[in-house]
Design a protein around this ligand. Structure first.
Ligand code: ATP
Ligand code: MG
Length: 519
C-alpha cells in the first residue's frame, strides 16, 4: 500500500532538488555509519531540501505518538501531529506522511514548513517514508521489547522483594555466598545486634572480609566442604559477642542454581540458648529420675541391715549395762564405741530417709501459698541456726506478690532452708544473704523468690552437677549433696523451675520460679 499523502501537491516543480535530496538520503543510508546517525542525517537532508523548520520521525506506539528522531527545531507537538494526521495535513503548517510497515501504520514523517509543498516534495517524503519504514518498524519492536523487559523487570523486582521479605522476617541470621565466597544475600537479623553489619556493607564483599573475627582457615574449610560434598553441615557454637554467653546452631545448606554443582551456600545462625537449656533441664530431670529409682531400690535394701545394726547396738548396750550392774568392769571405751555405732546408724538413716523422700516425692496436698509467708516461716525456723545467726540478712519482699495457687508451704520452706544453709556455708558464715521476692514476667514464672549470697560462687563447669544427688564439695560428714537434688524435685513437683547465676569469688543467686496459674 502506498503511503498517504496528506498535502496537496503544489503546481511549481522542484523535481531536481527533490531528486538531489533523495540521492543524499540514500547516500546517507549506504554510508558506513551507525543507523542512528544515518537516520538523523537523512532527516536533516530532507529538511534542508524542503527548507523546512523541522523534519521529524514519529513512532506510533501503544501509548500514542513518540518523537523518535528530529532534525531542525523539533517544535512539533504530539497533539499537533495527531491533528494534522487526522485532518490529512490540511489544517496546519505540518505536512504529515504516514509510515507503513508490513501494512501497518507504524509512524509518521513530519515536516514543518511555511510554504505549500510541491508534488515533487511530497513524492520525496513518500520515498523517504518508505525508506525509513523498516527502521521505524524495528524501533517499534524494540520499544515493545523495552516495555516487556520493563514489565518483566518490575515483576522480578517484586519477586525479589518478596523473597527478601521472607528471609528478613525469619527469626534467624541468614546469608548466602557464591563460589567466590562473595556475599549475595544478607538478612535483616544479621544487621541487628552488637555484631550486626549493614546489608550494603556486606553485599558483594567476601565473607572473610566481613566476618574477619572468625578464623579464616576454619571458615573457608567449612564452606569448601559444603561446596565439595553438597551435604548440609550443622554444628553448635558458643558466643559472647552479644554480651552474655549464647549458644548458636549454625547450619550451612548447599544451593544449586542449575542441576549439578553447588553454586551457593546458605548459612543460617539460630540462637538456641533457651532450647538447649530446656534440653539440659530435661536431661537433668531424666537423670535424676533414673538415679532416684535406683537409689530407692538400694536404700530399701540398706534400711533393713541398718535396722538390724541399730537393734544389735541397742542389745549390746543393754548387755554391757547388765554386766556392769553385776559387778563386771566394763571399759568406758566400749560404751563410746556403741554410741558411735548408734550415731552413725542414725546419720545413715537420715540420709536414707532424705533419699527416699527425694526419689518418691510425696504428692503432698497443695493449696494457695504466699511466698512471702514461706520466707517468714523459714526465717523463724532458722533463728537458732548457728551459722545463719551471724549472717547479714537483707530482706526485699514484694508486698503485692501474686499467690501461688497450688503449692505446699512445708515443702517450699524446706527448699528455702536448703538454699539458705548452702548460702551460709558458701560465705563461711561472714557475708550477706539477700532474700528477695518479686512478680515474674509471665504467669508460668509468676512468683519468684531469690536467695543471693556473697559467697565463693560456683565454677561454670560445676553448675551442671550441683543438682545431682550426692554431689557435694563439702568435707565428709558435713554435706551429703542431697540438698539441691531434693529442692529440684520439690520445685518440679510444683511445676516450677530453679535458676542459678554465679560468679566465682563474688557469689551466687538461686532463683525459684513458680507458676501463678492453676495447673
Ligand atoms: N550458694 C552456693 N554457693 C556456692 N556453692 C554452692 C551453693 N549452693 C550449693 N553449692 C554447691 O553445690 C553443692 C551441692 O549442694 P547441695 O545442697 O546439693 O549439697 P550440700 O550442701 O553439699 O550437702 P547437703 O545439702 O546435702 O547437706 C555444694 O556442695 C556446693 O559445692
Ligand atoms: Mg546443701
Amino acid at each position: 500500500m502506498d503511503p498517504i499523502v496528506t498535502d496537496q501537491p503544489s503546481p511549481t516543480s522542484s523535481a531536481p532538488r527533490a531528486l538531489d535530496a533523495l540521492a543524499a538520503v540514500i547516500a546517507e543510508f549506504n554510508a558506513d555509519r551507525p543507523l542512528e546517525t544515518s537516520i538523523a542525517l537523512a532527516l536533516e537532508a530532507v529538511r534542508r531540501s524542503l527548507d523546512a523548520h523541522e523534519c521529524s520521525l514519529w513512532l506510533h506506539a501503544a501509548d500514542g505518538l513518540v518523537r523518535t528522531w528530529a532534525a531542525g527545531e523539533a517544535l512539533a507537538s504530539e497533539s499537533a501531529v495527531q491533528a494534522a494526521l487526522a485532518a490529512d495535513g490540511a489544517a496546519s503548517d505540518l505536512c504529515t506522511v504516514r509510515v507503513l510497515g508490513a501494512n501497518r501504520h507504524v509512524g509518521a514523517l513530519v515536516v514543518r514548513v511555511d510554504r505549500p509543498l510541491l508534488a515533487e516534495d511530497t513524492t520525496l517524503l513518500h520515498a523517504v517514508a518508505n525508506l525509513l519504514a523498516p527502521e521505524l518498524a524495528h524501533a517499534e519492536r524494540s520499544r515493545q521489547l523495552e516495555v516487556e523487559v520493563a514489565a518483566r523487570t518490575a515483576e522480578i523486582d517484586r519477586e525479589r522483594r518478596f523473597t527478601e521479605k521472607i528471609i528478613d522476617s525469619m527469626p534467624v541470621g541468614l546469608y548466602v555466598i557464591d563460589r567466590q565466597y562473595r556475599i549475595q544475600a544478607w538478612n535483616r537479623k544479621r544487621e541487628t545486634g552488637m555484631q550486626g553489619i549493614a546489608r550494603d556493607e556486606a553485599l558483594g564483599r567476601t565473607i572473610f572480609d566481613v566476618l574477619h573475627r572468625q578464623p579464616f582457615e576454619m571458615l573457608r574449610r567449612e564452606f569448601d566442604e559444603v561446596f565439595a560434598t553438597g551435604r548440609i553441615q550443622e554444628y553448635q557454637m558458643e558466643s559472647t559477642a552479644s554480651g552474655d554467653q549464647r549458644t548458636y546452631r549454625i547450619t550451612k545448606v548447599p544451593m544449586r542454581l542449575g542441576d549439578s554443582a553447588v553454586t551457593h551456600v546458605i548459612t543460617i545462625g539460630e540462637d538456641v540458648t533457651d532450647w538447649r537449656e530446656g534440653q539440659q533441664r530435661y536431661a537433668q530431670a531424666e537423670k535424676l529420675a533414673a538415679i532416684g529409682t535406683l537409689a530407692a531400690g538400694v536404700m530399701h535394701e540398706i534400711n533393713n541391715p541398718l535396722a538390724t545394726i541399730a537393734a544389735c547396738g541397742d542389745g549390746l548396750g543393754y548387755r554391757l549395762e547388765d554386766l556392769q550392774r553385776k559387778g563386771v568392769e566394763i571399759g568406758k571405751d566400749l560404751f563410746d564405741y556403741i554410741e558411735i555405732v548408734e550415731n552413725e546408724v542414725l546419720r545413715c538413716k537420715q540420709i536414707v530417709d532424705q533419699l527416699l523422700d527425694f526419689s518418691r516425692p510425696k504428692q503432698l496436698a497443695k493449696s494457695p501459698v504466699d511466698l512471702n509467708e514461706v520466707v517468714e516461716k523459714m526465717l523463724f525456723l532458722m533463728k537458732h541456726h548457728g551459722g545463719f545467726k551471724k549472717m547479714n540478712l537483707v530482706k526485699e519482699l514484694e508486698p503485692n506478690l501474686p499467690v501461688v495457687p497450688r503449692g505446699n508451704a512445708e515443702q517450699l520452706v524446706q527448699v528455702l532452708m536448703a538454699l539458705i544453709i548452702n548460702a551460709t556455708d558458701a560465705t563461711g558464715g561472714h557475708g550477706t544473704i539477700t532474700l528477695r521476692t518479686r512478680t515474674g514476667p509471665t504467669p508460668t514464672d509468676g512468683a519468684i523468690v531469690e536467695v543471693t549470697d556473697t559467697g565463693h560462687g560456683i565454677a561454670r563447669a560445676e553448675l551442671s552437677k550441683i543438682f545431682e544427688p550426692f554431689y557435694t564439695t563439702k568435707a565428709p560428714g558435713t554435706g551429703t549433696g542431697l540438698g539441691l537434688a531434693i529442692c529440684y524435685g520439690i520445685v518440679q513437683d510444683h511445676r516450677g523451675r530453679i535458676e542459678v547465676d554465679s560468679v566465682v569469688g563474688k557469689g551466687s543467686t538461686f532463683r525459684v520460679l513458680l507458676p501463678t496459674v492453676e495447673w
